[in-house]
Design a protein around this ligand. Structure first.
Ligand code: BTN
Length: 182
């Protein structure tokens, strides 16, 4: 029963990440990395599922995307891993673990810290690793890559706020006593 629940949670999160990939990317002229919504799903995975199930849901997404064009814009994994966005995608995989490390202690469960933790991991960590990936893949100077990535911060911060709001709502709902159907 518990296994079925866990598998369902992982599968639902993977589905959410894939569905968010259907939303068309917004290209930015000055950097070969678009604005996407799929990273909202990565933040949701960390906030709602914790490190193990969150990481598994992202791994499942990556595995599916080997065969199915599940990335934003209809890309599959191999071209993504050899393209300019590889750093972001590698960073995604570690977001649930890093987030869980930052929120492991009981005192760190307040909403401000939860937001800060998801901002540090789901936004800053991803954008910094993405910049390093850009420097490696297309030879962009790291400083230019980091400065260009500042363009993502406002949108990614809004995604982080939205993810925190949705996650706290979902957690509240799942804790509330079941209503009788009678
Ligand atoms: C891909 O589909 O190839 C991955 C795209 C990665 C886009 C990154 S995620 C962090 C930052 N915020 C965005 O909206 N876009 C970039």
């Amino acid at each position: 029963m518990k296994d079925t629940r866990t598998l369902t949670q992982i599968a639902l999160m993977t589905t959410l990440i894939i569905v968010l990939g259907f939303i068309p990317p917004i290209p930015l002229g000055f950097i070969p990395v678009p604005i996407v919504l799929q990273n909202l799903g990565i933040m949701m995975a960390a906030l709602l599922l914790g490190w193990k199930k969150g990481t598994l849901s992202i791994l499942l997404f990556l595995t599916i995307s080997i065969f199915v064009p599940a990335f934003t814009g209809g890309n599959t994994l191999l071209p993504v891993l050899s393209g300019p966005t590889t750093g972001y995608v590698i960073a995604w995989l570690f977001v649930p673990s890093l987030y869980s490390l930052l929120t492991a202690n009981k005192a760190s469960k307040n909403p401000i810290w939860i937001f800060l933790a998801i901002f540090l991991t789901g936004v800053l960590w991803v954008d910094v690793l993405g910049s390093i990936g850009l420097a490696f893949r297309i030879g962009m100077p790291l400083k230019t890559a980091l400065l260009s990535n500042l363009a993502f911060v406002p949108g990614d911060t809004i995604k982080a706020i939205l993810a925190c709001l949705v996650a706290s709502r979902v957690k509240l709902e799942s804790r509330s006593p079941k209503k009788s159907l009678a």
